[in-house]
Design a binder for this molecule. Structure first.
Ligand code: ZN
Length: 113
């Protein structure tokens, strides 16, 4: 399942960041999900929750997925969000953004020194 791999990647990224910063817990993980990534954010959230279920570091964590609009570009100079047909010349635009899943922010609780 594609979504499982993504959820696991998010988990790994957050866990590594938490360990690096000597975090006590992770409260929030923000993820940008490209609209044309063919990923179901709800499913990623569900799988993420099941992965972190028995991880004390992730107790009470919130996963926030923001859907990101695609950004495309065409040889004729068109820049916009049409992914199938360029509205200026009818060619197939190339996708610059909108396919990726990126962890944008991780909020952690660290021990006071
Ligand atoms: Zn064009």
């Amino acid at each position: 399942m594609h979504e499982y791999g993504i959820a696991y990647d998010i988990f790994e990224t957050a866990r590594r960041a938490a360990v690096e910063h000597h975090a006590r817990s992770i409260s929030k993980v923000c993820v940008d999900v490209g609209e044309i990534s063919m990923i179901n954010p709800e499913q990623v959230e569900f799988l993420f929750k099941s992965i972190v279920e028995d991880q004390p570091l992730f107790a009470g964590v919130e996963l926030v997925c923001s859907v990101i609009k695609p950004e495309t570009r065409c040889e004729c100079g068109y820049v916009g969000s049409e992914i199938y047909v360029c509205p200026q010349c009818g060619a197939l635009p190339s996708v610059e953004k909108g396919r990726e899943i990126v962890v944008t922010n991780i909020e952690i609780e660290a021990d006071e020194e």
